[in-house]
Design a protein around this ligand. Structure first.
Ligand code: PEP
Ligand code: MG
Length: 926
């Protein structure tokens, strides 16, 4: 009854406001993540499911956005609604906020739509002051507990809200411990804590320049503001940039009645996953600390116990928790990451959210859940990030090299296998330096006593993370798993001395200094001195992954082909599931040692005859190259071959010759010393030839089909090699489908002429052979003019392949070689705004990695439409690097390409991404 009256108080306050800014937990649900954030939606759902959740309310993300829009003012009516919300918590708990007899304490926690672990702020134990602390003593009969809660509150509030230096507090705390002759915070006696509280308030006042707020509503007001503000702190912005989370979502704020895990040994706090987030195994996985508050677990200061031990410590709590975990997983059909607190033997749930997991776990959990009937195959396909598939296939340490390292005594330490993968790099002991070195390309392993959100910028660029403290749910472990970085956490075998920039290995004289190479194995938790060689993962043994990709294959509409220049690449591509070769760059074969001199002879030939003689020598090489690739693409049982697209020579010829500048230096040197007249003569000749071929803009110069028009003999040799190889195999009963691709066409006449010449040669060759082979001629669309006139070009082409590398260069007018790693990086990272810490982003992403839908994409869309109109049988694919990028694959699916072609290692990624694109496309069509 009373609750009803107070509810209407909130309803009345909402009526007077322009918006509903505050939702009681009982008013929300799991579908309201946009408005209530992940945490708010999770506690709402748990509340409504009847689980034990301390009462509270959520201030919406809209309120946060309105706060920023109005120049950091609470939106109209919000505070009034907050006050009504507090009244309701008071009624539900029977306690009073600021009440001296029976005080209500609350937590004020951030909670955005997407989980950003540890990036934003939280204040616990709010509502405590010199008066209410006495009530707390009376209520609990535990003076030590009450003053410990008070000192924790001052410490946290000062750091988060008053922005004071936390080290001053820690320093004083250490002095108190020393004085009391105790090792842990939990042992400081009540009397000392009382004095500590006084001293803490003085520090806060000194540092912030104002008295520490005693009014509980002022405390609440300031804490809510601080949580709003933490949405835009540096580490939160860095994290969102890295994870591509939009900056305009805002954070919700959850105000919740406190429950205390530090009320003795029948109290505690912990975090647990419903399945192992590292391996995916079906077992409760997590840890807890008896007699502790939440931040003690996450900060990794005390080493927690494994969750299974709770069965002995508090058996009925363990059983209840296990049952709740099972129910929540069944309810959400996904692995949950749970936070709980036990207060005097009573279990409370504080959070449930979908658990972050490693690539290996993601795949195993998705496949297991289909087996268990929890999710459909389609859902399983949606559950795994394509990039995780890539991580799964990342190199691991070569086992024999690792054994050798062990034999050599280089195994330094073991820790927790917190996030899998192998990493080698220089040990670096602070995040700033790690960031600096990592960004300049030096492989770095960040080594810390434990990590905190302040280390994230260093973690983002590190190859791996090693910590001395902390468990499987410590900050280091959670963030590393999210980033797909190898991590060894809580290694008790090392002592990190960050000021001296070194770590010592316990029980030995070994010291690793900053800059020394170390290797960590996140799958086993081992730490080695020196470098260990890595090897590729064994795809054939990844049974779950293969099953998942099999489901993806039955969903996707796009074909997945691979770019491969050598038979070994083609074999690997087939193993990964490629259904064709979408690009074979033939010039790579020209670069090989034994061939390059012949290629140079051909280029430098003064007569047609000389050139032909060189080409005649190249022909058998090319024929055997193509035969090798074709063979790799033939099904040995049926003799049927996958399609293979072979591109005729593309790069400017000078790329096969020595550099002009180097030659000039050599000639000058030989002229000066006069020692080797023969060499001088040869070098002069080469210099002259290279000089003639030099271009100001080779990317836009004599290359692609233009070369073939000027030197048709090269194209003819290549066409002959392709067809002769296919014919040889045809005689063995193998059916090949070579597709001859003419690059860099800008005008239809270029294609017409090259095709006319080559078609005549092809006819001649097949006639001579007396056997037939099915071949096609097509072109790349990699210049804007080709895209704009695709209708004309399609009339002369049997297939198109979008060369989006060149198409992006030429559409933007940005030379990739000159821009990437230089100004393009700044465009994407943001240009510094003088006098501020703001950065102005020119481009959202690197357009050479993710297809620019607005510009380049328009050309692609138009070319597909006009090309198919002119030639309904036209086959259309993509072979630029975008063919392996999930976002670009979604676009390719949308515009109706027939296939994407990418590097062999990306093939599994593309299979999954193509299936997800089909599912998204299907949903959009509904
Ligand atoms: C392209 O331009 O997209 C392409 C595949 O060709 P290359 O990268 O060899 O220029
Ligand atoms: Mg190209």
């Amino acid at each position: 009854m009373t609750q009803q009256i107070t509810r209407s108080g909130l309803d009345e306050a909402v009526k007077r406001s322009p918006n509903k800014w505050v939702y009681l937990f009982s008013e929300g649900n799991a579908n309201m993540r946009d408005l209530l954030g992940g945490k708010g939606a999770g506690v709402a759902e748990m509340t409504n499911a009847g689980l034990p959740v301390p009462p509270g309310f959520t201030i919406t993300t809209q309120a946060c956005n309105a706060y920023y829009d109005s120049g950091k003012q609470f939106p109209q009516g919000m505070w009034e609604q907050v006050l009504e919300g507090v009244k309701i918590i008071e009624q539900q708990t029977g306690k009073g906020f600021g009440n001296q007899e029976n005080p209500l304490l609350v937590s004020v926690r951030s909670g955005a739509k997407f989980s950003m672990p540890g990036m934003m702020d939280t204040v616990l134990n709010l509502g405590i002051n010199d008066e209410t602390v006495k009530g707390l003593v009376k209520l609990t009969g535990d003076e030590r507990f009450a003053y410990d809660a008070y000192r924790r509150f001052i410490q946290m509030f000062s750091k988060i809200v008053l922005d004071t230096d936390p080290r001053d507090f820690e320093h004083v705390l250490d002095t108190y411990k020393e004085r009391a002759g105790v090792a842990s915070d939990a042992e400081i006696p009540a009397d000392a804590l009382k004095k500590l509280v006084v001293e803490f308030k003085q520090i806060a006042e000194r540092q912030s320049g104002e008295p520490f707020p005693t009014d509980v509503y002022t405390q609440l007001h300031k804490a809510i503001e601080a949580v709003f503000a933490s949405w835009n702190n540096k580490r939160a912005i860095d994290y969102r940039n890295f994870n591509k989370i939009p900056h305009n979502l805002g954070t919700a704020v959850n105000v919740q009645s406190m429950v205390f895990g530090n009320m003795g040994n029948d109290s505690g706090t912990g975090v647990a996953f419903t399945r192992n987030p590292s391996t995916g195994e079906e077992q409760l996985y997590g840890e807890y600390l008896l007699n502790a508050q939440g931040e003690d677990v996450v900060a990794g200061i005390r080493t927690p116990s494994k969750i299974a031990r709770l069965q002995q410590d508090l058996p009925h709590v363990y059983e209840q928790f296990k049952e709740i975990a099972r129910r929540l997983e069944q309810h959400y059909h996904d692995v949950q990451d749970l936070e709980f607190t036990v207060e005097n033997g009573r279990l409370y749930m504080l959070q449930t959210r979908s658990g972050k997991r490693t690539a290996q776990a993601a795949v195993k959990i998705a496949v297991d859940m289909v087996r268990e009937g929890l999710i459909s195959e389609q859902e399983a396909v949606k559950r795994v990030e394509p990039i995780q598939v890539y991580q799964l296939l990342l190199p691991r340490f070569d086992e024999s090299e690792k054994e050798k390292a062990e034999e050599e005594g280089r195994l330094l330490a073991r820790g927790l296998n917190a996030s899998p993968g192998a990493a080698t790099g220089k040990a670096i002991f602070d995040a700033d330096r790690a960031e600096l070195l990592g960004k300049s390309g030096t492989p770095v392993i960040l080594v810390r006593p434990e990590t905190s959100p302040d280390d994230v910028h260093g973690m983002l660029v590190a190859k791996g993370i090693l910590t001395q403290h902390g468990g499987a749910t410590s900050h280091a472990a959670v963030v590393a798993r999210g980033l797909g970085l190898p991590c060894v956490a809580g290694s008790e075998d090392i002592r990190v001395h960050e000021e001296e920039r070194l770590f010592r290995v316990v029980g030995s004289d070994t010291v690793i200094h900053e800059g020394d190479d170390i290797s960590i194995d996140g799958a086993t938790g081992q730490v080695f001195a020196g470098i260990i060689k890595t090897v590729d993962a064994d795809f054939e043994k990844e049974a779950d992954l293969k099953k998942l990709l099999g489901w993806a294959d039955s969903i996707r509409k796009l074909g997945v082909w691979a770019n491969a220049d050598y038979p070994r690449d083609a074999k690997r591509a087939v193993m990964f599931g490629a259904e064709g070769i979408g690009l074979c760059r033939t010039e790579h074969m020209f670069m090989e040692q034994e061939r390059l001199p012949i290629v140079q002879e051909m280029i430098l030939a003064e007569t047609k005859e000389e050139r032909q003689a060189a080409l005649d020598q190249l022909l058998p090489f090319q024929r055997s190259d193509f035969k090798g690739i074709f063979e790799a693409m033939v099904n040995p049982k049926t003799g049927e071959g996958y399609p293979v697209v072979i591109r005729l020579i593309d790069p400017p010829l000078h790329e096969f010759l020595p550099s002009y500048e180097e030659l000039l230096v050599d000639v000058t040197r030989l002229e000066t010393n006069g020692q080797n007249p023969q060499e001088l003569k040869e070098k002069r000749k080469m210099l002259e030839a290279v000089g003639v071929m030099r271009e100001m803009n080779p990317m836009l110069g004599l290359r692609g089909c233009r070369l073939g028009l000027l030197y048709p003999e090269i194209n003819i040799m290549q066409t002959r090699a392709i067809l002769e190889a296919a014919l040889e195999l045809a005689r063995e009963g193998k059916k090949l489908h070579p597709k001859i691709m003419i690059p860099l066409v800008g005008h239809v006449n270029e294609l017409k002429e090259v095709r006319r010449e080559l078609e005549a040669v092809a006819k001649e060759i097949t006639a001579e052979a007396g056997t037939s082979v099915e071949y096609k001629f097509g072109t790349m669309i990699e210049l804007p003019r080709a895209a704009l006139t695709a209708g004309q070009i399609a009339a002369v082409a049997e297939f198109f392949s979008f060369g989006t590398n060149d198409l992006t260069q030429t559409t933007f007018g940005i030379s990739r070689d000159d821009a990437e790693g230089k100004f393009l990086l700044k465009y994407v990272d943001g240009l510094e705004e003088p006098g501020t810490t703001e950065r102005v982003k020119i481009l959202p992403v690197n357009p050479f990695q993710t297809l620019d839908r607005e510009g380049v994409g328009q050309l692609v869309r138009m070319a597909v439409e006009n090309g198919r109109k002119a030639n309904p049988d036209l086959e259309v694919g993509i072979c630029g690097e975008h063919g392996g990028d999930p976002d670009s694959i979604e676009f390719c699916n949308e515009v109706g390409l027939d296939y994407v072609s990418c590097s062999p290692f990306r093939v599994p990624v593309a299979r999954l991404a193509a299936a997800q694109a089909a599912l998204v496309g299907g949903e959009k069509d509904k």
